[in-house]
Write a protein that binds this ligand. Structure first.
Ligand code: URA
Length: 232
């Protein structure tokens, strides 16, 4: 069982020192009685802070509609990030809330966020071939035969050891296409089109496996059950 101060600090309630001040102030109860011992061993279910049960003690899994202009990196030097959309307490959790894979700054759409590192590893592993649907607009009409090339599993991108896995391309307009990828090489969609002379002007991910954005507006998220992708 974790220590009370460790548990609260890991769930983003504050530094261990701040949490100790909360305990002294009588803001935390354990099994109904005010608790002042930071080293008390507790389970999350028995702890109440300011009258409320603990905030997502078992973990977080969020489906975010990523807006354009935000990065998925935690490094502030790379610019404003998607985590700035989350409540401060979630941003202060340890393990940190991180994205499952990444979308570029200039890509919008469905992005999963979690503090469950096992889930990140599972869903980003090349073994776990989750189909992801991207909608791209292009600067020109794509060359004939592009769908066959993308489906062939032979397209070799510069700097990559292995060719791109077979991907499904559907042209939905003269310069618009849906592309389903089951892997995630760096800037893969943009690089696949660029390798055939097309620049991607806009890129949006509308599906991740069976999940879609529903009616989420850019910048909004919804919570998903932690077992959405099966037991941990
Ligand atoms: N491919 C890209 O080029 N960018 C993304 O954000 C995702 C896939």
């Amino acid at each position: 069982m974790p220590r009370l101060d460790q548990l609260l600090a890991s769930l983003g309630y504050g530094s261990r020192r701040e949490v100790r001040d909360w305990l002294k102030a009588g803001r935390v109860t354990v099994r109904g009685a005010a608790e002042s011992d930071p080293g008390k061993k507790v389970t999350a279910e028995e702890v109440v802070v300011d009258g409320d049960p603990l905030d997502h003690p078992d973990g977080l899994l969020l489906l975010l509609h990523k807006p354009l202009g935000l990065v998925c990196s935690h490094d502030e030097r790379e610019g404003p990030n998607v985590y700035s959309l989350l409540p401060p307490r979630w941003r202060a959790r340890n393990p940190v809330v991180t994205s499952i894979g990444r979308l570029d700054k200039d890509t919008s759409g469905l992005l999963l966020l979690t503090d469950q590192s096992a889930l990140v590893h599972r869903l980003t592993s090349p073994k776990h071939k989750v189909p992801k649907l991207y909608r791209a607009t292009l600067d020109r009409e794509p060359p004939a035969g592009l769908a066959d090339l993308f489906a062939s599993g032979t397209l070799q991108l510069e700097g990559e050891k292995a060719p791109c896995a077979p991907a499904e391309l559907r042209l939905t307009g003269l310069r618009e296409a849906d592309l389903v990828l089951t892997e995630a090489k760096y800037h893969q969609v943009r690089r696949m089109f660029a390798s055939q002379g097309c620049t991607v002007l806009t890129l949006h991910r509308s599906r991740f496996g069976d999940l879609d954005l529903g009616d989420l507006a850019p910048g909004e998220w919804r919570e998903l059950p932690l077992d959405t992708f099966g037991p941990a």
